[in-house]
Design a protein around this ligand. Structure first.
Ligand code: FES
Ligand SMILES: [Fe+2]
Length: 389
């Protein structure tokens, strides 16, 4: 794994080399370890059992544990006495965690020091020290932590709108620690140029022709950026070089019906009515603090790029199908036997490979990078979620 100090040193050296003015997105640059005052999915809810779960988020060490009534809680993972990790400790008393070193015991609900085992019941330290507690919510089978000091707003405000009160649905996903900065993962996820080229060799796309190039534009609707395709070119003649196409005799070329297709996967006979009713202006959309939504005709794929520290990201990827009854089970089986390794493994692994190998800045951006430029502009605000009363 890349060393964060060496990455900063390298970027610092580049800044010096490039001189002033290379950095046109100061708020974006300042968010290397993540954006404060947002909810982040950090783990599957089922992974939190009786033992403390250490999680690093936005450069901070946290510890998650369940309260006496099963409510998930998060505390700063550092005992104020001598700095030992509380996640190494034990839950002797319901609703608390005791540090393994001298038994300082903190209440999970608010981080207050409520007992010091090795100083007796009359310890003068009680209620005179505390660790920071972070709000936690359980939704969609995930644990969400509000990172920041501000009063948290409801998680519903930040969830993709269609996931706030979805009809019956099935969901399958994967959480993985990856090397690379969270902003680069978000840029890659929304990147127009790479999808049809880098992923043409993925197993997920092996049977389908991918276009050679597209003309696109980006539209902002509320907090979401949408990538909208204006024109698609299946092949192209490069002067003096020849033709380039991804078309092969065994590949299917999707026939895109105007007004029917949600994007470059096209070809579905029927779109899921719930997805269709969302009227997404484009196939791919992106919002702060690093949420990618890819609307396929019959399911939606989400990626959350959760900052661990400057050079590591927690990839939280899941697919949701909005159907009832047996088809939910069929989708879940299809997820386990196909999508999980083809999409969340092989396909998404190509993205990880590229992000881990991205060495920018410096950079020279090209026409399809409008997607990336618009995303960087989001950091300057406004931040409607945080600012809404
Ligand atoms: S370091 Fe935690 S109790 Fe002493
Ligand atoms: Fe990709």
């Amino acid at each position: 794994m890349a060393d964060s100090a060496s990455i900063s040193d390298r970027q610092q050296a580049k800044k010096v080399r490039l001189g002033r003015g290379w950095e046109p997105w100061p708020e974006y640059e300042a968010a290397a370890t993540g954006l404060m005052d947002y909810w982040y999915p950090v783990a599957w809810a089922r992974a939190l059992k009786k033992k403390p779960l250490p999680v690093k988020l936005c450069g901070r060490d946290l510890m998650l544990l369940r309260d006496e009534d099963g409510t998930a809680r998060a505390l700063h993972d550092r005992c104020v006495h001598r700095g030992v990790k509380l996640s190494l400790g034990k839950q002797w008393f319901p609703g608390t965690i005791s540090c393994p070193y001298h038994g300082w015991t903190y209440r999970l609900r608010d981080g207050e020091l409520v007992a010091v085992i090795t100083d007796g019941p009359d310890s003068r330290m009680c209620n005179r020290a505390a660790v920071q507690a972070y709000p936690v919510e359980e939704r969609l089978g995930l644990l969400w932590v509000f990172m920041g000091e501000a009063e948290p707003y409801p998680l519903n405000r930040q969830l993709p709108e269609e996931l706030v009160q979805p009809p019956a649905f099935a969901m399958g996903g994967r959480i993985e620690e990856r090397s690379g900065n969270w902003r680069l993962f978000a840029e890659n996820g929304f990147d127009e140029g790479h999808a049809k080229y880098l992923h043409r060799t993925s197993i997920w796309r092996i049977m389908k022709v991918m276009p050679t190039w597209n003309l696109i534009h980006i539209e902002k609707h509320g907090r979401w950026l949408y990538r909208i395709e204006d024109e698609r070119f299946w092949e192209a003649e490069f002067p003096g070089l020849g033709k380039w196409t991804n078309s092969r005799w065994w590949k299917i070329k999707p026939h895109i019906k105007q007004g029917r297709s949600l994007g470059n996967t096209g070809g579905a006979r029927r779109n899921n009515p719930y997805i269709e009713a969302q009227n997404f202006p484009g196939f791919a959309s992106l919002a702060l603090p690093g949420i990618l939504r890819i609307a396929y005709p019959n399911f939606i794929h989400y990626e959350f790029y959760v900052p661990i520290d400057e050079s590591h990201t927690r990839y939280v990827g899941f697919m949701v199908q909005f159907k009832k009854g047996l088809s939910r089970l069929i989708f879940y089986l299809w997820y386990l036997t196909g999508i999980r390794w083809m999409f969340h493994g092989n396909f998404s692994g190509q993205d990880h490979w590229m992000v881990a190998n991205t060495d920018a800045p410096p950079e020279r951006l090209y026409r399809p990078d409008e997607s990336l430029i618009e995303w960087r502009k989001l950091f300057a605000g406004p931040h409607p979620l945080r600012e809404k009363p």
